[in-house]
Design a protein around this ligand. Structure first.
Ligand SMILES: C[S@@+](CC[C@H](N)C(=O)[O-])C[C@H]1O[C@@H](n2cnc3c(N)ncnc32)[C@H](O)[C@@H]1O
Length: 523
């Protein structure tokens, strides 16, 4: 779901280049298993490739990984994957605490990050492959499975040399279960053989094979094909398995583009201005990689709030919502940890020479409101009131006040941000889509009552399902409350067309997929 910590499918907006607190969601079948207490994980598979007998297994073979002869990057990746399962933590959080804080080289860190995000993204498919390569899948402890999954990811999805991947995989398994080397060797050799027939069917005609090919749950692949068509689904699924590009926003509340750009250039970030859907996004720059963000001078600017890491489509949405006419008041519903708040105020400062004085935020969670206030202060973004409460009952929070802009940054399934929020696809349940759509619709209806005559109502998501996007807005416009609003179309100068809504698809190399509807209350 769109943003931070919440029920299955949550996503967090933008924090680190790749990629979201303790989420308590479903982790999927395999991860739900507790550690075995019978020490059976290092039993060899019952087939003719079994290795030499290695004696009795240790009593606790699900200990935290100890580094054997696996490379440091793989050892750290395994530690992160292990923590994701044990603490039910999100990939981005463990990358921050385990990988980003390590002393390994930048290149190794990037590789470890790729492994963690890759395994989190494709975990269900990897478990299916591993199950098929074991005679008794239940015999491997969760910790051994983590190590096998990491190596299977390298073999199946990174096309690594089978020899090196198996060798490293055996070392990784031995680092958590010293006597399970034989099992690991046998299973991973089978994985190498299985790769020849992967995805086990014709992806052109078999949706299960198609889903496996991209490391997606079958139901979700089906849904994406239905909603986006074969090409759109393919683009989204392929792009979701690639590293996300790195975009930054210069925070105009505190800095000028030139000073930030010159420091980024000196740090070899190669900052490039960015266009989204045919329009330049002011203050938005693409970096050649995330490595420049690790430079000491850039880190100082980040901690001083002169720039923030934020997807380019998020920045484009903030720019469109702020608009060309200066608003005197602004209500943001679903304000989370203030990323859009900062982008909105930065945009107002850039465009009108000052921030919006009456900027009010609402979020359902008190801990987010606290973080929002802290972050807004760090970035110099003015917030008149930061409220906690249910946006479906805004009357209880803001009374009968009307605002020039009311922006619903809606909770959603987050399917447009799968590169940064690797866990979403296996946490989502089919029914979450409808639940999020219903919540978005209720927030929109509640928000509509607080739009001043001539003011703008904005509804945004970072997902791609029609049910959560256009269908919510179309149903609202057809309702009694919606009759007072008209659509403000999005003109694409590059295509010479006007579209009812702004939407960006997820394509390889591009920014995240988001949706925005701008509606104006008739004066
Ligand atoms: C897409 S996220 C917001 C991202 C945020 N605007 C940002 O840019 O960082 C959606 C937000 O809606 C909040 N939310 C969910 N249900 C809500 C409700 N009923 N009322 C108010 N906020 C809600 C979530 O806590 C989450 O922070």
């Amino acid at each position: 779901m769109h943003d931070d910590r919440r029920a299955p499918g949550g996503r967090r907006d933008d924090r680190r280049p790749q990629g979201g607190g303790p989420r308590r969601d479903d982790r999927g079948g395999r991860d739900e298993r507790g550690p075995r207490r019978d020490g059976r994980d290092d039993r060899r598979p019952q087939h003719d490739e079994r290795g030499p007998r290695e004696g009795r297994p240790p009593r606790h073979d699900d200990r935290r990984p100890r580094r054997g002869h696996a490379t440091e990057a793989r050892g750290l990746a395994l530690e992160a994957i292990h923590q994701m399962r044990e603490r039910r933590a999100f990939a981005q959080d463990v990358i921050g605490s385990v990988v980003d804080t390590s002393k390994i080289s930048r290149e190794e860190r990037a590789f470890a990050t790729r492994l963690v995000l890759g395994v989190a993204s494709t975990r269900g498919t990897l478990d299916e492959v591993i199950d098929g390569c074991m005679d008794s899948p239940d015999d491997a402890s969760p910790a051994v499975r983590d190590a096998l999954a990491l190596s299977a990811y390298e073999i199946i999805f990174l096309q690594k040399s089978p020899h090196a991947a198996v060798d490293q995989g055996v070392e990784l398994v031995k680092s958590v279960a010293p006597r399970a080397g034989g099992l690991a060797n046998a299973v991973l050799r089978r994985v190498v053989r299985a790769k020849e027939s992967f995805p086990f069917g014709d992806p052109r005609t078999d949706i299960r094979a198609y889903a496996r090919l991209h490391g997606f749950p079958t139901w979700l692949a089906e849904r994406l094909v239905r909603d986006l068509g074969p090409q759109g689904a393919h683009d989204l699924m392929a792009a979701s398995n690639e590293p996300a590009p790195v975009f930054i926003a210069v925070n105009a509340c505190k800095a000028a583009d030139e000073e930030v750009v010159s420091v980024l250039a000196a740090a070899h970030g190669e900052p490039e201005p960015v266009e989204v859907a045919g329009r330049r996004v002011e203050g938005c720059y693409r970096l050649a990689s995330g490595l420049a963000l690790l430079d000491g001078r850039v880190r100082r600017m980040l901690s001083q709030g002169l720039l923030l890491v934020s997807d380019a489509t998020s920045q484009a949405i903030a720019s469109l919502v702020v608009g060309d006419a200066e608003p005197a008041s602004f209500l943001e519903v679903g304000a989370g940890r203030a990323t859009k708040t900062i982008l909105d105020q930065s945009c107002a400062r850039r465009r009108f020479g000052r921030q919006v004085a009456g900027y009010v935020t609402v979020d359902a969670h008190a801990f987010k409101t606290k973080l929002l206030a802290e972050r807004a202060a760090q970035y110099g973004a003015e917030v008149a009131e930061a409220l906690t409460g249910d946006g479906r009952d805004l009357d209880a929070l803001v009374g009968d006040r009307l605002f020039d802009r009311v922006f619903v940054d809606a909770p959603c399934t987050g399917l447009g941000t799968l590169r940064r929020h690797a866990d979403i696809r296996w946490r989502l349940r089919p029914e979450t889509i409808g639940e999020q759509a219903a919540l978005g619709a209720a927030l929109l209806a509640s928000a509509a009552a607080h739009v001043a005559p001539g003011g703008t109502l904005a509804y945004a998501t970072c997902t791609v399902t029609a049910e959560e996007n256009a269908q919510v807005v179309d149903a609202f416009l057809a309702s009694e409350e919606g009759a007072a609003f008209e659509v403000v179309p999005y003109a694409r100068p590059d295509l010479g067309v006007e579209l009812p809504y702004f939407s960006v698809a997820l394509e390889p190399g591009g920014p995240d997929a988001h949706f925005l509807a701008l509606l104006r209350r008739r004066a």
